[in-house]
Design a protein around this ligand. Structure first.
Ligand SMILES: Cc1cc2nc3c(=O)[nH]c(=O)nc-3n(C[C@H](O)[C@H](O)[C@H](O)COP(=O)(O)OP(=O)(O)OC[C@H]3O[C@@H](n4cnc5c(N)ncnc54)[C@H](O)[C@@H]3O)c2cc1C
Length: 407
């Protein structure tokens, strides 16, 4: 593909720049690329509000849901054009973080598997910044092996009663709605007895408890569900048939995580090396260039998935390559910046180098390597689904969920 803008893309870029220059200053806030980096509760509250305000402004001016089809309130433009908008947006404002799950994962799932009523009700509220969503998938005993989830859903007339526990739910403390996976049939094999719900996070019986990470930030939560009642109409897809919408959500998640590219550039790393007197060290120079090449590769992988999306291809197992590449890159960058900063790398927040930005990148690498599926799981997916290698041996294959031995 050609990496220069076509005349049509250049014109689109110009329009995006005009919109951003007029409206982004109203919301402000450049240095807050994600709630993963905010530990102060007041700052977090302000960040959440800034995200909601910015989403509303984008919606009102025709810049929300860029790649969503027009019939669902989106702009129906290509993934490449969306990439151009995001590139320009990132230069001027960072206030999209809390809507990443909503617009990047929940919206595409409701578009692909939701009923007409669900699409008409939930999609506009997501795009206009009214509803923010979280992903209630992982449990204490079900992460990589999501098919092992045990949160129970029992039907009671027109409602379902939910009991169980979720964990690592990013942003649940700021979310209005959640996508929730439950076990609804224990007689079926494990991937067949799962039902996928949309749940209002204010429903009685939902208890959200923030978890503080190594970074000092409570990015994710434990969520306890006790006799939570959800209307039958909030099911996405078929009863017991949650696996199809799950696959749509997860492949969009991998593309979303990897497709965002790297927060650091090679220039940032050279500037840091210069400040610490290491820019002439040949070994450091080699490491910076190595990381710089990987940053570029990740960018082009992002272009590739956007080009595929433009051709109408849904994100497939190749999205594991993008996710794994970001993961390995975050490890390389995290370790390199610590080597450059030396003992100063142990300081955080306002005492740290660049307000603690680099120590946050270092400490966040483990979260990046686990969230959205661990490195090992991405390697399994690439091996089996992309390279066609034999599947892992599965001892639970063909066995009813209730008969699978547990510890
Ligand atoms: C920053 C962050 C944000 C997150 N946000 C959310 C969220 O919003 N919503 C949500 O539902 N979840 C979220 N998660 C949870 C995440 O999806 C899980 O942590 C992840 O899928 C791993 O599951 P686990 O923690 O249960 O680890 P386990 O599945 O228990 O894995 C433990 C170890 O075993 C390895 N392993 C497991 N199975 C295999 C296998 N078959 N082959 C090879 N190795 C294997 C893993 O790679 C890992 O090293 C988040 C996690 C993080 C770190």
């Amino acid at each position: 593909m050609d990496f220069e803008d076509t005349p049509e893309q250049a014109e689109f870029r110009q329009k995006a720049v005009e919109f951003l220059e007029e409206f982004a200053p109203q919301v402000g806030g450049q240095d807050d690329s994600s709630s993963m980096y905010i530990s102060d509760p007041a700052e977090e509250k302000a960040y959440v509000q800034r995200c909601r305000d910015w989403q509303r402004i984008k919606y009102e001016n025709g810049w929300a849901g860029l790649t969503w089809p027009k019939e669902f309130g989106g702009q129906g433009i290509t993934g490449i054009m969306e990439g151009i908008f995001k590139e320009e947006e990132a230069k001027r404002i960072s206030a999209s973080g809390i809507f990443a799950v909503s617009i990047g994962m929940v919206g595409p799932t409701i578009i692909a598997h939701g009923t007409k009523e669900q699409q008409e009700h939930y999609l506009p509220r997501m795009l206009n910044g009214q509803d923010c969503w979280c992903q209630l998938f992982s449990e204490p005993g079900a992460g990589s092996d999501l098919g092992g989830l045990r949160t129970m859903a029992v039907r009671d007339g027109d409602e379902w009663v939910i009991n169980g526990q979720k964990v690592w739910t990013s942003g649940a403390q700021n979310s209005d709605w959640g996508i929730l996976l439950t076990r609804s049939d224990t007689e079926a094999v494990k991937h067949r007895g799962i039902t996928y719900f949309l749940v209002d996070m204010t429903t009685p019986g939902i208890d959200v408890r923030p978890l503080v990470q190594i970074t000092g930030v409570a990015h994710f939560n434990e969520v306890f569900l006790t006799d939570v009642r959800i209307p039958h109409e909030n099911i996405v897809g078929e009863v017991h048939g949650g696996w199809a919408p799950i696959m749509t959500t997860l492949s969009n998640e991998r593309t979303l995580i990897g497709g965002g590219g790297s927060r650091a550039s090679m220039q940032d790393l050279f500037a840091l090396a210069s400040r610490f007197g290491a820019a002439d060290d040949p070994l450091i120079r080699q490491k910076i260039v190595d990381v710089g090449i990987k940053i570029e590769l990740l960018k082009y992988l992002g272009y590739r998935s956007r080009t595929a999306a433009t051709k109408g291809e849904p994100p497939g197992p190749e999205s594991s390559i993008t996710k794994l590449s970001l993961s390995l890159l975050s490890h390389d960058i995290g370790n390199l910046v610590m080597e450059l900063c030396g003992p100063y790398g142990t300081l955080s927040s306002s005492d740290g180098v660049d307000e603690g930005r680099w120590v946050q990148d270092f400490l966040s690498q483990w979260g990046v390597r686990i969230g959205g599926g661990t490195d090992n799981i991405q390697r399994n997916t690439i091996g089996e689904k992309v390279l066609g290698l034999p599947s892992e041996h599965r001892v639970d294959k063909g066995i009813a969920f209730k008969d699978i031995p547990t510890s």
